[in-house]
Design a protein around this ligand. Structure first.
Ligand SMILES: [Zn+2]
Length: 322
């Protein structure tokens, strides 16, 4: 992204993902929200980039949920009240398409245990709950849902009857408990991502699907914008990945990359960053042309970020067809 300098702190900073001491400073950026400078460190060993200092999780307060924090695109209340009326439906439909292809190809019969790690305002949980089951011909796979998050919305979802677990309860769950684990735009918020990948890898069944989405900081747009890239929000986006970084962390936890071609998730990313209805309408119209979506996907590198599966013992898993 920018020129690399050796660590001026004399090796005091270590990679927050793999512990390597070979980290280099990519640059420094002032951020208006907290009014301070942040350093961006890159680890050549695991291709992970992280922010120092970490601003803590207290930043996720009610103001943040309303989009009044460092990320103006957050709107928990609308999603909680009526997820069907939000643009996230584009993303949910896309994840549904990918998961349906994977499940019906790879899992012989239901029920499917699905954990949404970082379930936020619960839009995906409600979407999946409304779907109820995967279907292919005569076969059905009923869906059983669990969510994980902390904060007021997690409490409300628990009161609404969803099975919501805190981190301690999740850590106490047995191995291979879930067929699908989704982490949608979650890992960039986590200070130490490695133990989280270790946990979800343990909880995933052999043959199961780990659905991960997060920004790609080796995309053309990220390379062009550098630290001015809009995705760089150092108060809340504290951990940055590349396709290679994901492959490395998957391998460390016995997972194998699975690639999907995203469509609705790409549309959602574009629409959510356009603030005026006129621009959103134009973007929606342009993105009816599949080539436009492909081009945007190419610019942001969305489909280059792999998901993962856990190999079944004794044989490789067939690649998911998408
Ligand atoms: Zn590292």
């Amino acid at each position: 992204m920018t020129t690399e300098h050796p660590d001026p702190g004399g090796g005091s900073v270590v990679c927050r993902c793999c512990g390597s001491k070979r980290v280099t400073l990519r640059g420094r950026r002032h951020s208006r929200f907290l009014g301070r400078d942040f350093d961006f460190w890159h680890c050549p060993d695991c291709d992970f980039m992280f922010v120092e200092p970490f601003s803590g999780y207290a930043i996720y307060d009610d103001a943040y949920y309303k989009g009044l924090g460092p990320d103006p695109y957050v709107d928990y209340e609308s999603e909680y009240r009526n997820h069907r009326a939000t643009d996230r439906m584009l993303e949910f439909d896309d994840l549904w398409r990918l998961a349906t292809g994977f499940i019906t190809d790879n899992i012989p019969e239901g029920p499917v245990e699905w954990l949404d790690f970082g379930c936020g305002a619960g839009g995906l949980l409600k979407y999946l709950s409304n779907k109820g089951e995967f279907r292919s011909g005569e076969r059905t796979w009923p869906i059983r849902l669990t969510g994980h998050d902390v904060g007021s919305y997690a409490d409300m979802l628990g009161n609404d009857g969803f099975r919501i677990l805190g981190l301690d309860d999740l850590a106490a769950e047995p191995d291979a408990r879930y067929d699908v684990i989704s982490m949608i735009e979650v890992v960039e918020h986590i200070e130490f991502p490695d133990p989280v990948f270790a946990l979800v890898a343990r909880l995933l069944k052999p043959g199961g699907l780990l659905l991960v989405t997060t920004g790609n900081i080796t995309s053309l747009v990220a390379a062009w914008k550098g630290l001015d890239y809009g995705y760089i929000m150092p108060e809340v986006h504290v951990s940055y990945f590349t396709p290679r970084a994901l492959c490395i962390i998957y391998a460390r936890h016995g997972l194998v990359p699975v690639r999907f071609r995203y469509d609705g998730a790409v549309r959602f990313k574009v629409v959510k960053t356009l603030r005026t209805p006129g621009r959103q309408r134009l973007a929606r119209m342009a993105m009816r042309i599949p080539l436009v979506v492909r081009a945007i996907d190419g610019l942001f590198g969305t489909s280059r970020m792999p998901c993962a599966t856990k190999p079944r013992q004794g044989r490789g898993l067939p690649p998911a067809g998408n």
